[in-house]
Design a protein around this ligand. Structure first.
Ligand SMILES: [Zn+2]
Length: 494
């Protein structure tokens, strides 16, 4: 009796497992499965994060070299070029700036405060698209830096910022994901905030956000830097206001509260702006082996770019060398697999994600495969730190999710979660969101159960911040899940 109860769960899994492969095929699949190794994944992540590629800022020579490395690796693996002209690289315009040094941030001496020098990277990050030069002036706190008359909200009401340096929050003061958020969305872009501050006459900006971010505008003569909360708190001293309380009150009652701070600051930056640069996606394809199913394609995507070297190398290991090398390892396995995918598999390594999702937009606007023949798009972003998996949106697409759940249940035994797709009213933040908006069935793969400190857009996001075992299993999950999905005999899965 005990034995029978013990066997029940196995019987259950067997009955509900997608029955795609024969025993011989399973054996061949296992052979390839075991060739995926964390050693190789870590090696590839070390290559992509090396100083040679300069932090892979999209549009920069370092990024273009990294893209070529990925294209060469795809070619070596037998993955064919994904573009109709027989190349791997899909180009698009991508202006970028080189940051030559951290620059400096100085609190100038005043009646009530001594001079203070702030330090990179603990106190400030240089602006990725700051103009080169030095600005100094009185600091004005402008909350979120938004003028939205239709929402009855104006951070610049009754405040003059001409010739001043504004201290500004990122994002919008409204935090709920609903239709009201949609009205705030146009004001959530860094580019809007920067341009608006300049239109109001500010000469410089301190952005309260300690993440390097190239998704901003270069504005001639406009110098800016990123600062942490501690600098904001110090600038508030003597103003009669407390920084954290002021910010919290703005978001709570949706009422601006801007005022002049009794502090003067100087920001210096050393940059060069390249307006006419271009960048690229790297796209490879494994043509399906089934004469009918091959017309349908599965897209795996991950952004290859990172934030470059604003002040020093920002390696971009977790974000997103991890997702890139997971896909690369899956591509090698799928290409070498004894059991060939019946459907076509497309591998997309996006450029320009950090600059504003340029690469995924390009691929959606100039598709390499007819959209109506794409089964699904699976995006990987930050898949390299943790003990489990989350395949977001999977519960909305159970016909896709089942292959990945099955792969995990039978071979990987990791914590595995999923969720229903939900409408997001905020600005798109991942390449997957661009495909989602364009009407593709889109799933997002993440690692869950974070075990190491996450250094997001930070110099310490290096290979030490990765857990290679979960990357090995992510590649294995992709290999098995995609192979199952690609060989499901039912045509028209989508
Ligand atoms: Zn990312």
């Amino acid at each position: 009796m005990r034995t029978k109860i013990f066997l029940l769960p196995f019987l259950f899994i067997w009955l509900f497992t997608p029955n795609v492969f024969s025993q011989d095929q399973e054996k061949a699949i296992r052979n390839t499965f075991h060739t995926i190794s964390s050693n190789d994944l870590l090696h590839d992540a070390a290559v992509l994060t090396s100083p040679k590629y300069g932090g892979r800022l999209s549009g920069s020579p370092g990024y273009l070299l990294a893209a070529q490395w990925v294209a060469d690796e795809l070619k070596k693996a037998g993955v064919k070029p994904g573009l109709s002209d027989g190349t791997y690289l899909q180009y698009f315009p991508n202006a970028y700036s080189v940051v030559h040094s951290p620059g400096s941030l100085t609190l100038l001496p005043g009646k009530k405060n001594p001079r203070k020098e702030y330090h990179f990277p603990d106190d400030f990050f240089p602006g990725s698209n700051s103009a080169s030069g030095t600005v100094s002036g009185e600091v004005v706190y402008v909350g979120y830096g938004i003028s939205a008359p239709e929402l009855g909200y104006d951070d610049y009401r009754n405040i003059d910022v001409k010739g001043k340096i504004v201290l500004m929050e990122t994002g919008v003061p409204y935090g709920t994901n609903d239709s009201i958020q949609q009205k705030w969305e146009p004001y959530s872009y860094h580019r809007y905030k920067f341009s608006h501050a300049r239109e109001k006459g500010a000469v410089g900006l301190l952005y309260v956000s300690m993440i390097a971010n190239p998704n901003t505008s270069y504005l001639k003569g406009f110098v800016y830097a990123h600062v942490g909360d501690s600098v904001a708190e110090a600038l508030f001293e003597g103003s009669g206001h407390k920084y954290a309380e002021t910010k919290a009150a703005i978001t709570k009652i949706l009422q601006p509260n801007s005022f002049v701070l009794d502090r003067k600051i100087r920001i210096s930056a050393s940059t060069t702006y390249y307006a006419d640069s271009r960048s690229c996606n790297v796209i490879g394809v494994i043509e399906g082996s089934d004469p009918v199913l091959k017309e349908e394609a599965i897209i795996l995507g991950a952004h290859l770019d990172a934030v470059g070297s604003p002040g020093c190398l920002f390696p971009g290991a977790l974000d997103n060398a991890s997702g890139s090398v997971d896909i690369l390892a899956a591509a090698r396995a799928l290409a070498a697999s004894g059991v060939k995918p019946g459907r076509t598999i497309i591998f997309a390594f996006f450029g320009g994600e950090e600059c504003g999702l340029y690469g995924s937009r390009k691929m959606v606007e100039s598709p390499v495969w007819p959209k109506e023949k794409v089964v699904c798009m699976i995006n990987l972003d930050m898949v390299g730190n943790g003990t489990g998996f989350q395949l977001a949106n999977g519960k909305t697409f159970p016909e896709i999710l089942r292959y990945f759940e099955d792969a995990n249940n039978r071979y990987l035994h990791r914590d595995f979660g999923s969720s229903l797709a939900r409408v997001s009213y905020s600005r798109p933040r991942t390449d997957g969101a661009i495909f989602d908006k364009a009407g593709y069935k889109t799933l997002h793969l993440y690692t869950s159960g974070t075990v190491k400190t996450v250094y997001y857009h930070h110099p310490l996001d290096n290979v030490e911040a990765l857990t290679p075992e979960i990357m090995e299993d992510a590649a294995k999950l992709l290999y098995l899940g995609v192979l199952g999905l690609a060989n499901e005999k039912k045509a028209g899965l989508k």
